[in-house]
Design a protein around this ligand. Structure first.
Ligand code: ADP
Ligand code: TRP
Length: 431
């Protein structure tokens, strides 16, 4: 799976980041790699005894954070564009490694169910709780492992809402007026004669708060969130510029007993490359994205749809009259989308078909031939997730335990950042 970042971090900022994280007082926990390294140092010491103890390896922590709104059921777009990417990252990149500056980097993954975001559009209080728990259970069922990642509910960590307010006051209105998601959602609401709440307008600021509270360096999301990530970066720069400079800032920090670093780390988006699930399109219109907010349930495949429903939805999905199924023809967005989905749901154990295999397989197929093949591939991919989901959702004690631990751990970090933000802004500390 190819992942590319929105920006290339320049070497100097990497150094600053690394040393900032180090200076933030992150504790040293010996990891497998570091223990091995220490063991090899002490072994070699049997031949020539060292006069001074070996220097402690310098360590730093990098955090990854992401979230999905618990509105309705999660669909294939959320799964392929976001959650599966989190799982891949968790499984492949959580091991400690040494960075270019000689720091041992320990990775911490945080995945939250962003229920405060879910109320930015009209919602049904009867359903919010179940959607929230169902989303959390789905994260775990899709492969998020509580031993490697923290899972929590956003509203269980109060600093999210408080930092959002502070950031709201530091964010120019016109930055938010430019947000595509806000323009789309408010235009839709207006056309159906309903008003939108202020929360929808400041939604991206809450998202920035989610990220900045954890000093998250990387944020795995789908393509549609790129603009929100850019906004979080702009807010970071503006904040650090407005409030974290000069002798007065240093004095406030000293008085509060905290180090005088810029409050926030600038985050980077992690977005899959095109076709890998970055943007899964609607089944009823290959040129608009698959979304929970589409009124037509047939436009999406929900991760928890039973096999029968998946088969029906694929059977009914929009296609075209051309013969043979081809990729990347701008005139045939539906064909490209369905082939992308077919490729994305191939088994990842090495037995899955490649793009070239698929091109060969489908080149002479009719839609009538291809649709059942696609439906079976989706069903097979989702079945184990659905089975695991059922087990997790039925074990409420386990689920609440994971979410409780996640919230405790999130709170610890988030409260520290919030305190630093309050000091930077100049609030009186509570004694
Ligand atoms: P929705 O648009 O369906 O309401 P969210 O806004 O809650 O979904 O998005 C949750 C995550 O899923 C985000 O990282 C988003 O980029 C990703 N995502 C949503 N829809 C798609 C899609 N159609 N294709 C790829 N990724 C998507
Ligand atoms: N706005 C994101 C979406 O609609 C969800 C989200 C909220 C999020 N807070 C976040 C994603 C923080 C990544 C990081 O998909």
């Amino acid at each position: 799976m190819k992942i590319h970042s929105t920006t290339t971090m320049i070497a100097t900022s990497t150094v600053i980041l690394a040393s900032t994280a180090f200076r933030r007082g992150l504790s040293f926990t010996p990891t497998t790699t570091t223990l091995r390294r220490m063991a090899s140092t002490s072994l070699s010491s049997t031949t020539s005894p060292p006069t001074t103890p070996p220097p402690k390896p310098k360590t730093r922590t990098r955090r990854i954070l992401s979230g999905v709104q618990p509105t309705g059921s999660l669909h294939l777009g959320n799964y392929l564009g976001a959650i599966r990417q989190w799982v891949d990252f968790q499984n492949k990149e959580t091991e400690p490694f040494e960075d270019e500056n000689g720091f041992i980097v320990n990775t911490e993954n945080y995945f939250c169910v962003v229920d405060l975001h879910a109320i930015t559009m009209p919602h049904d209080p009867k359903e919010l709780g179940e959607s929230t728990l169902s989303s959390a259970a789905l994260y775990l069922a899709a492969g998020i492992d509580p031993e490697k990642s923290r899972v929590f509910i956003q509203s269980h960590v109060a600093p999210h809402a408080e930092l959002c307010w502070l950031l709201n006051c530091a964010t120019p209105m016109n930055w938010l007026e430019r947000m595509i998601q806000y323009k789309d959602k408010s235009a839709k609401a207006e056309s159906s004669d309903s008003s939108v709440g202020v929360g929808l307008f400041t939604y991206p600021v809450l998202m920035a708060a989610d990220i900045l509270l954890y000093q998250a360096e990387r944020v795995p999301v789908g393509e549609d969130q790129r603009q929100h990530l850019e906004l979080a970066r702009d807010i970071t720069r503006r904040w650090n510029d407005l409030y974290c400079k000069g002798g007065a800032f240093k004095k406030r920090c000293k008085k509060a007993g905290i180090p005088s670093y810029p409050t926030f780390t600038e985050p980077e988006a992690m977005i899959l490359s095109k076709g890998d699930g970055a943007r899964v399109m609607s089944l009823s219109d290959g040129s608009s994205k698959m979304s929970k907010s589409d009124a037509d349930d047939n436009s999406r495949i929900n991760v928890l749809d039973p096999p029968k429903v998946i088969r029906q939805k694929v059977k009914k999905c929009k296609t075209d009259a051309a013969v043979g199924i081809t990729w990347d023809d701008p005139e045939r967005p539906e064909a490209t989308n369905l082939l992308n989905i077919y490729l994305a749901v191939q088994p990842s154990d090495g037995s899955g078909k490649t793009r070239a295999d698929i091109e060969e397989e489908v080149k002479d197929m009719t839609w009538g031939d291809f649709k059942p093949v696609l439906a079976e591939a989706i069903v097979e991919h989702l079945e184990p997730i659905q089975k695991r989901y059922k087990e997790v959702r039925e074990d409420e004690e386990y689920l609440m335990g994971v979410l409780g631990d996640g919230a405790d751990s999130a709170n610890e970090i988030a409260s520290k950042t919030l305190n630093a933000a309050r000091v930077a802004m100049g609030f009186v500390a509570r004694v």
